[in-house]
Design a protein around this ligand. Structure first.
Ligand code: NAP
Length: 300
């Protein structure tokens, strides 16, 4: 029996159990995927420790991690994959020889879906990263504006910078954006490190910002406040932007509605959800996971 699950809080309306159940069924593997709501630390610490103990003991097969634990879980793990280490956030955990390993499938999941929806998106960057010459044109010369500097913002900013985009990180707390930018610059090739800049997520910080890609990596617009929008009300969206909202519930957030009204191409995070789930399951079971089964479960 393959026992999988998701750690997060409050985990209302998560599609992950449905996606993983559909994939396991398609693969003919007996298994389950449970939700483990764990309050933010320190309150949730004893529950988190107990659950990770079950994973270490082999009682559980693998765990996903979502808001608000993607960074909080790091001190509880024994190892990180190079990608998770550089991003500084984990969404997938497994046990190897009694040691807990943290990985990140949000990053490749995001870029893989971006390639699907945005015709001119850069190629998926392999790990370890290629040299600038090998990487090809990718996002060279184009600017991505990432709203939010938490776990998902880290993943998106990291892969975009690697793929050659100029990345501007906007956060309501500039100190958080600065910390992410410093981590990225330290992880990246010196030639691309200068492409990462920061600003404040407010009218003053966003006014006049040109962007070819606008990514919402904040939870603003999620149920139960689907009309909320992280972009300031009185500021027009960047006129050339492709808008990618990582939120998938509701399917049209306040930001996506504004993008539609402004005539901008825009998508929600359902494709990223499917990709990151498929990549996590492939990490756990070591077999290719059929995307159509997951898409059917996500839409159906
Ligand atoms: P997180 O680690 O908690 O980070 C959230 C970020 O948003 C932080 O920078 C936070 O700033 C900021 N933020 C929160 N409330 C805000 C507000 N009212 N105004 C401005 N900024 C605000 O969360 P996460 O894991 O990165 O997830 C972010 C979003 O991405 C969530 O909606 C999540 O569902 C979505 N996501 C989707 C997928 C997918 O597969 N589609 C995968 C991962 C994440 P503070 O630190 O100041 O609060």
């Amino acid at each position: 029996m393959i026992s999988l699950g998701l750690i997060g809080y409050p985990l209302i309306g998560s599609l992950s159990p449905r996606l993983h159940a559909a994939a396991l069924l398609e693969l003919g593997l007996p298994g389950e995927y449970q939700l483990y709501p764990i309050p933010p630390l320190p309150e949730g610490e004893p529950t988190l420790r107990a659950l990770l103990g079950r994973l270490r003991a082999g009682e559980l097969y693998g765990l996903n991690v979502t808001v608000p634990h993607k960074q909080a879980v790091l001190p509880h793990l024994d190892e990180l994959t190079p990608l998770a280490q550089h991003i500084g956030a984990v969404n997938t955990i497994y046990a190897r020889r009694g040691r807990l390993v943290g990985d990140n499938t949000d990053a490749p999941g995001f870029l893989s879906d971006l390639r699907r929806v945005m015709e001119s998106a850069p190629p998926l960057t392999p790990w370890p990263p290629l040299s600038t010459e090998e990487r090809g044109p990718g996002g060279e010369g184009r600017t991505a504006l990432v709203l939010g500097a938490g776990g998902a913002g880290r993943a998106a900013a990291f892969v975009l910078a690697l793929a050659g985009w100029q990345v501007r990180i906007a956060a309501r707390r500039l100190v958080q954006a600065d910390s992410l930018a410093a981590d990225l610059r330290a992880a990246l090739d010196a030639r691309v490190a200068g492409r990462v800049t920061v600003t404040t997520l407010d009218q003053a910080g966003l006014a006049g910002q040109a962007a070819h890609l606008l990514v919402n990596a904040t939870p603003v617009g999620m149920i139960p406040r689907p009309d909320a929008c992280p972009w300031p009300e009185d500021l027009p969206l960047p006129p050339e932007a492709f808008v990618y909202d990582l939120i998938y519930k509701p399917s049209e957030t306040g930001l996506l509605r504004r993008a539609r009204q402004a005539g901008l191409p825009a998508v929600n995070g359902l494709g990223m959800l499917v990709e990151q789930a498929a990549l996590a399951l492939e990490t756990w079971i070591g077999r290719p996971v059929p995307r159509p089964a997951l898409w059917q479960a996500a839409i159906g």
